[in-house]
Design a protein around this ligand. Sequence first.
Ligand SMILES: Cc1cc2nc3c(=O)[nH]c(=O)nc-3n(C[C@H](O)[C@H](O)[C@H](O)COP(=O)(O)OP(=O)(O)OC[C@H]3O[C@@H](n4cnc5c(N)ncnc54)[C@H](O)[C@@H]3O)c2cc1C
Length: 463
Amino acid sequence: MSNASIMIPSTTNLSIWGDKMAGMKYRHVVILGGGFAGPLMAIAASPHAKKITLIERYSRAPNEEWLGTPQSDHGHYLTKKGQDLLEKMLPGILQELLGKGARLIDWGRNTSWSNHGGVTPLYDSGVRSLLFGRKLLDRTIFKKATELSNVSIMTATVEKLEFKNSRVESIRLNQGQVITNADLVIDTRGRMAKMKDKLEQVLGPIPERTIKNNITYHTLLLDHPYNPAVDVQQFFCQPDILNNGIGHFASPIEGNKIAFTVSDYYGDSSSRPFETLKNHPWLRGKDLTNPKIFRNLSSVHTQYGSSQSWIANYLLVGDAVCRLNPVFAHGMTVTLEMVMAFRQELLKRNRISTYRLQRQFDRLIRAPWFFVQMDSIRTRQNPAPAGIRALRDLIRAMFFTTSSDRNVHLVALRVIQRTTSPLALLSPLFLMRILVNLAAHRWALALSAFYEACAKMKQPNHH
Ligand SMILES: Cc1cc2nc3c(=O)[nH]c(=O)nc-3n(C[C@H](O)[C@H](O)[C@H](O)COP(=O)(O)OP(=O)(O)OC[C@H]3O[C@@H](n4cnc5c(N)ncnc54)[C@H](O)[C@@H]3O)c2cc1C
């Protein structure tokens, strides 16, 4: 392996997590991909490895422009649970992000939350978290990884992995370099990893589940002076996707910018959803042409953990295992859960079982998968047998009720932020509140129709 491509020298000898250097488990850990999961896995592995090489295709030199993944230009939330996990791993990081311009908001007080039921009145929800751009987050975590003395960064593109005797035997990079001495390879190449076919040649069939959708994200990064004196700091508009597929969220991030993302559920190549929002107070007078566009947001989970056997020195983590439809913003949270599981395994055992971990990663996908399934049920594209239609109506009713019932809003908020189990949505009290609200709404509609009819009857007939 050539040393010429090692870009960033490491400086500190400290383990960020303070994990005991309990005997080196690995001589050389190689991490493929330096997006979100890669640096976090490097930090987790650091106390247990003599040497870690993190390979990223884009230069991460401190003074160069940060080329993120294609999605990093789009609005990104890290759920409250994700932020708690991140802080647990890297104490002080949230404060650091605040110092770099992230914004702290309350999701009830500072968010204009709307949907087909109307606009939820502002209130103090106590659900508070930071908003920041994806590049700031990635940069901050990446820097922490590079500060570890045993982590080296290599700018190169991984081209091929070769397997032999249930191990990764070699990693081939562009420009011809080959790495053959890795005793653990962690693949965090995100959507680009595409390892299913290759692994099936070695391990046999690997199941994959997909939930298709046509969602397209359109995002503009706009100048918007941050004003802490006003209540509404962000907009969050859920579409009623049976009737209108356009939703949006607009959040303040560092640098006095807002990330304004429009989600178009029935997007096609010619749609210009920003046009439908041109009267939005934050968009008036702005140039709405040329938003960044991201298509193909179907959810795909390759169930590597279902394989009967596994590669002894290989782990797949993050989007490399599962790409989630991002409307509920759970991708990074589940990735953080995987990193935590890896760390626990390292602390508990002398040698980790990649087989057991890969299975555990699959289990971590259950909760976010429930959400993407719920989202897809809401669309009219989905074939809807009676049972599913009932569930769809219930979900629609729940979102409708978030605008009129603060308790329903708060439970939905906590579930989406992953601080409460999704089972809370099935509690009898919660369901009762939705039904009572809906009944009251129907009554109000019927009454107003009745009064309107009476008023018409009283009007003198001019004809
Ligand atoms: C439009 C969109 C919006 C999203 N919004 C949210 C959100 O609001 N909240 C949320 O939690 N999640 C969101 N997600 C999901 C989130 O982006 C991912 O879950 C997260 O990035 C996963 O991290 P990762 O490290 O697995 O992959 P990535 O962050 O994609 O990192 C992969 C890295 O591997 C590198 N790489 C790829 N191929 C190679 C190669 N051959 N050689 C070397 N390096 C390589 C890439 O350059 C990249 O740096 C969104 C996703 C999309 C598409």
